[in-house]
Structure formats: C-alpha cells, structure tokens
Ligand binder design. Structure first.
Ligand SMILES: Nc1ncnc2c1ncn2[C@@H]1O[C@H](COP(=O)(O)OP(=O)(O)OP(=O)(O)O)[C@@H](O)[C@H]1O
Ligand SMILES: [Mg+2]
Length: 246
C-alpha cells in the first residue's frame, strides 16, 4: 500500500510560564492508504495535539513529517492551508454545522471554500455522493435542528469526504453520541477506508478502537503500537484505555 504519512521523532514542546512542557515526545508513525488507525490514551496525553500536527494546524518543534515522501515539517502556513484542503478531512466531537443551512448546503460549503470554482451541477452531484456515502441522502434538504446527533455527525463526515481527502482525521467523533449511534458513525468513517482513504481515529471507546486495523497508545506524549492478532487469531487483549484523568 502507498505510504501517505511518515512521522519520525516528532516532538512538541509548550513554552509554559515556568518550564517548557513536552506534549509529544519523539513520535514515530507511518500510515498507508486505506489503513485505519486508532489512537487511544488518557485525557491530556497529547492525542488532539498529535492530530493538529498531522492535520498541519500545528508544527512540530523537532522531528520530520513526510507527506507522500515530501518533507512538510516546516511548511509555511500558506502551503499548509493548501495541503489541508487537498489532502485532509476533519471530523470533531462537536459537529460544527451551520444551523441555517441544509445538510446539502453544509456539505457544499467544503467545496465552495478552498476548492476553486466548479460548475453548479457537478458540485451538487459531489455533495449528493458524499451524503450517499454516509447513508443520509434522504436528509439532504433538512436542517441540523431536525436531525439526530448521529445524523448531524454523518453530515459532518460527508462534509469531510466531499473533497475526497486522502487522510481522514477524527477526534472523538462519537464522544457526543450514544453507543448505537456512535457505532453507525464509525461504520461511515470506516467505509471511507474501502476507497483508499486513511483513517486516523482518536477515541476513548475501546470497541471502536478494536475495529481499526491498528491501535496506538499515547502515554504522556510517547506513542507505542499495540500489535493486533492476525485475522481469525485469538481475540486481542485491549490496552487499558484511559478515560478522563481522575
Ligand atoms: N494551547 C495550549 N496551551 C497550553 N497547553 C495546552 C494547549 N494545548 C494543549 N495543551 C496541553 O497539552 C496536553 C495535551 O493536550 P491534548 O489536548 O493534546 O490532550 P488529549 O489527549 O487530546 O486529551 P483529551 O482526551 O482530554 O482530549 C494537555 O496537558 C493540555 O493541557
Ligand atoms: Mg483531545
């Protein structure tokens, strides 16, 4: 499989008022096309910070970030913004839908913002395809207030997918949903990997983590891999997934 992401020795240090604090500590991570990766770990362990670095919202203080073999460790914001819209889709715990727009219009916003001009008909077709991919094409004309939490999150996923990203970054996308609805949302995210999109999912839910191809555990900024048993092998023992710190 094509290698999309290679992080080597990525560190992130926050210059605190007193002492600098290491938030990411020598993170190594390789992600290939079509792969799904769960990142688990206690609250405050650096999961969201890692996603911000991956999604080019934040730059590492040291280490190397290769995106499709290109070194983007120190990319200026102008270029980073371009790569964000061409390569990445983002899904968050809060859906951030615009209340006054329909589902279809919310998804279309992702095409209008940053993808250049497209004929209206083509834009509409892409929006409907994205809504179909997450199974809510029948809700295209509904506004968020008339949708369940799971439906709203699927609109947010459609908005992330409509640009056909190579990498989907999801930060606790089921955090605001009940178990059953959360599972439907994970289905929708996983579906994207069948089309070659890589999925990196931060989650506190051990069942959702277990459905990903790999589980990575972040502890105090140090990332370590948990090896899954081969398909058909004995059920793996899940690591203790830290909930909010006591
Ligand atoms: N902008 C910031 N300023 C100061 N400290 C920050 C900032 N962003 C993150 N931190 C600190 O960095 C550490 C890692 O934060 P991060 O949000 O990455 O954790 P997390 O693993 O996503 O936690 P959670 O599971 O609660 O979402 C935390 O101790 C947090 O307080
Ligand atoms: Mg977080």
């Amino acid at each position: 499989m094509t290698e999309l992401i290679r992080l080597t020795g990525i560190s992130k240090v926050l210059k605190g008022q007193k002492e600098p604090r290491t938030i990411l500590d020598g993170v190594d991570l390789t992600v290939r096309a079509g792969e799904s990766v769960a990142i688990v770990g206690r609250s405050g362990s650096g999961k969201s910070t890692l996603l911000s670095v991956l999604g080019l919202f934040d730059r590492p203080d040291s280490g190397t970030y290769l995106l499709e073999d290109r070194d983007i460790s120190r990319l200026p914001e102008r270029h980073a913004a371009q790569l964000r819209s061409s390569h990445f889709g983002f899904v968050f715990q809060r859906f951030f839908l615009l209340k006054h727009l329909t589902a279809a219009q919310n998804v279309a916003m992702a095409l209008i913002n940053g993808q250049g001009w497209q004929p209206r008909r083509e834009r509409k077709a892409r929006v409907m395809r994205a809504l179909e991919q997450v199974g809510i094409e029948h809700l295209a004309r509904n506004r968020p207030a008339k949708m369940s939490g799971g439906e709203q999150q699927r609109v947010a996923i459609a908005r992330a997918l409509v640009r056909e990203p190579r990498i989907l970054l999801a930060d606790e996308p089921t955090g605001a949903l009940d178990t059953e609805t959360g599972s439907i949302v994970i289905d929708a995210l996983q579906e994207a990997t069948t089309r070659g999109c890589a999925l990196i999912l931060v989650t506190h839910d051990r069942d959702h983590a277990a459905r990903m191809g790999r589980i990575l555990d972040l502890q105090a900024g140090v990332l370590s891999e948990r090896t899954l048993s081969p398909a058909g092998g004995p059920t793996m023992v899940l690591p203790q997934i830290g909930g909010p710190a006591a």
